[in-house]
Every structure is written in C-alpha cells, then in structure tokens.
Design a protein around this ligand. Structure first.
Ligand code: MTE
Ligand code: MO
Length: 379
C-alpha cells in the first residue's frame, strides 16, 4: 500500500500527511449528498495499512467473556450463524475543524497525531455487518459481570516514543449493549470495505469519535478497565482550558467518546468576495453524536446577533447517527466585511459553544464551536 494507491483510489482528497496517510474530503464532495461516495470519504491513519488475506482472516474474542472464540470471516458473514444489519452512520474524526483551534492558539505540536483538519474529516456511509452485541451473545455466551469495557485491536502498527504498538482502543460495554449500532462491518456503501477503511473487517461505533471505530480489527477483549493502549490512554483526551505544555498530564484529560453537536459552513468560504442581490446562499453540514440527531440549524449574517432558521425542507432527512446537509438563502443588507456563522440544536436541546476560544483545549480535539467566517459582501 502506498501513496500512489491513495492517489489512484482517492485522487480528490486534500492530502494532509502522506505517512501515516491522512486526507480530508473537499467541500463540494461533502455537499454531494447524504451518503459520501467511498472515493471521497476521508481517511485517518496512525500507521501503515495492513495487507490482510480475507480467506484466512479470523477474529479472536477473549478476555472476560464466558467463552473465548476464534471466528473465521466466512462464519461471521454467514447469515445462518449471525443476523446481519445495515446502518447509516456519520463518522467524524474528533480532529475535524482543528485548524480553527490552531489559528486561535497552537496546542500539542505533535503533527503526526494532530493533523490540521478543516471541515472535511467527516463522512457518512451505510455499513453492513453484524451487531457486536449479537456476536458476543451468540458466539461467546455473553461477557462476565466484571467486564465493563470492550477493547479492539487493529492489525496496523504505529510508532510512538520509540515503541511499536498495534492500534488499540476501547468503548464501555454499556454502549455496545444498548445499541445495535456498534457494528462489525465488512461492507461500505454496497462495496467490500476498501482496504484503506479497514478491509476485511472494521468496527463502526455510531455516535462516538472516529477513533473508536477500529479498522482492520482482528481481536476483541472484554476488560474490567479501559484499554491500556496509548491511543486510548494518551490520545483523544479532553483537557481543561488551563492545561498546556508545562502541566499536561494524561490524567488531567478525560477520554472523549460520544461526539457533541457541531456544524460547518461549506459554501461560501472564508474571505470570499460575494456579489449578491440581498441574499447569500449558505450550505453546510450539521451533526450530533451520542444518539442525538440534528433538530435545527441557524445561521447569522452578523457574527451571531440575529439568527435565521434553515427551512427543514432544505435539510436532508432527520436521522439517528447521521448528519444533515442544509442550505439557506440568507438575507444580507450590509456591504463590506461581514461575519457569517452557523449553530445547530440537537434532539437533547444542546447547542454549540460560541467561540473557538470558549472550548479551546491542549489536544485540539472537538472543535464544535459555532463555525465562523468573514466574507466581503457587495450588495
Ligand atoms: N483504526 C486503526 N486500526 N488504525 C487507525 O489509525 N484511526 C481511527 C479510526 N480507526 C485508526 C482506526 C481514527 S482517529 C478515525 S477518525 C477513523 O478510523 C477514520 O476512519 P476512516 O479512515 O475510515 O475514515
Ligand atoms: Mo480521528
């Protein structure tokens, strides 16, 4: 697997890093429809892309399960053995829109981990596979009462501080138990899972940050505590405002799991000059994680004093675990530089922090503040 492969299979991504490969979806491709074409779906890797022979592939499940098992991919895909399901899920990297935090104030400078993502580290796909909770029940006879977390290990390796690790993360068992939407998936938008997205098997954890959706997953462990892997313990931590270079300690941050409500304006773009007749057309995405859905999107032509609601007719359908794309013709009188912004309300009545600085954090994760931009209005 190489840089040439990415360029062939995903020629249009905005390439952020060539190794480990990280690339984001362009604005027009995000706006193309509720489902992001596999060709355009963003990619976020910590290490290389493993070469796996699907015919020989086996999934191991162990740790605090009633019966440890090894299941071949063929058996996992046999509908007589495991009931299959399909879910449409928005996967969002918690680094989405990080560039705004970097502009506001630079944080942890490890660029291998903290790539300068814009609005495109997000995408929506329909995945087919089997709900993890069914596999645990049917194959392992359930998990032991002391097991509270499920750990997922990917076949890819990555380097950190001189050591080599397999990618490993965990989610609370509660999330798996309560949701059909924690899926072991082998199909993405009707195609076999592309190699870069985890072929032959990945986890899809709907509503959680992308990092928990382990690609190339080959082992699952039921554990009493969260995974000890560095991705779980040292990354994807949310620090408080006063934590910085001098006092950052992993124990100061909490582990980011469910994604909050957020949104972005994809058209126009920052610093664009717009000639119009009293209305500027705005388009973008809005998403909420954790099982909430997007109820309302509002935009403002003046930095957030007045708000106009997007007509629900101009939004893609309401959906658990998936974004809504939206569009509005916003009345604008002013001439000169104006500040456009967007905010979203979700089904739990949550909305977004006002400014990037209101929720700045050292690891530069979860930039969910109102997305703002300056455009030049000629009316
Ligand atoms: N799984 C493995 N094995 N290795 C990885 O580097 N990156 C995670 C997650 N799963 C990663 C992984 C992160 S941070 C994100 S945002 C999503 O995969 C991205 O999924 P995608 O590349 O299919 O869009
Ligand atoms: Mo991510």
């Amino acid at each position: 697997f190489s840089w040439e492969t990415v360029q062939r299979e995903k020629p249009d991504l905005l390439h952020l890093l060539d190794f480990p490969y990280n690339g984001e979806t362009t604005r027009p491709q995000l706006l193309e429809g509720k489902i992001t074409d596999n060709k355009y779906h963003f990619i976020r890797n910590h290490g290389g892309v493993p070469d796996i022979d699907a015919d020989k592939f086996e999934l191991e499940i162990g740790g605090l399960v009633n019966k440890p098992v090894t299941i071949s991919l063929k058996d996992l895909q046999d509908p007589e053995k495991f009931p299959q399901s399909e879910v449409t899920v928005t996967l969002q990297c918690s680094g989405t829109r990080r560039i705004e935090q970097i502009h506001s104030y630079p944080g942890d400078g490890d660029e291998l981990i903290n790539a300068p993502w814009g609005e495109g580290a997000i995408g929506t796909a329909t995945y087919r596979g089997v709900a993890l909770k069914k596999v645990l029940k049917l194959a392992c006879g359930g998990i032991k009462p002391e097991a509270e977390h499920l750990e997922f290990i990917g076949a890819d390796t990555y380097f950190k501080k001189g050591d080599v690790f397999n990618y490993a993360v965990s989610v609370p068992y509660r999330k798996v138990r309560q949701s059909e939407e924690v899926l072991l998936a082998w199909e993405m938008n009707g195609e076999p899972l592309p190699k870069i997205h985890g072929y032959p098997l990945r986890l899809v954890v709907a509503g959680y940050i992308g990092a928990r959706s382990c690609k190339w997953v080959y082992r699952i462990n039921a554990l009493a505590e969260p995974s000890m892997g560095p991705v779980q313990r040292q990354e994807y931590l949310y620090y408080s405002f006063q934590v910085g270079k001098q006092n950052a300690k992993y124990s100061n941050g909490f582990s980011i799991q469910a994604m909050p409500v957020s949104s972005a304006i994809l058209s126009p773009i920052d610093k664009q000059v717009i000639v119009h007749d009293g209305k500027i057309t705005l388009k973008g995405w809005a998403y909420s994680g954790g099982g909430n859905w997007v109820e309302r999107v509002e935009v403002s032509p003046d930095g957030g004093h007045e708000w106009y609601q997007v007509d629900p007719e101009d939004m893609t359908e309401k959906h658990y675990y998936a974004w809504r794309l939206w569009k509005i013709d916003l009345p604008v009188d002013a001439e000169g530089w104006i500040e456009l912004c967007v905010r979203t309300w979700d089904s739990s009545n949550n909305t977004q922090p006002t400014y990037v600085r209101s929720a700045w954090n050292w690891d530069l994760h979860v930039t969910s503040s109102c997305h703002r931009m300056s455009v030049y209005s000629i009316n």
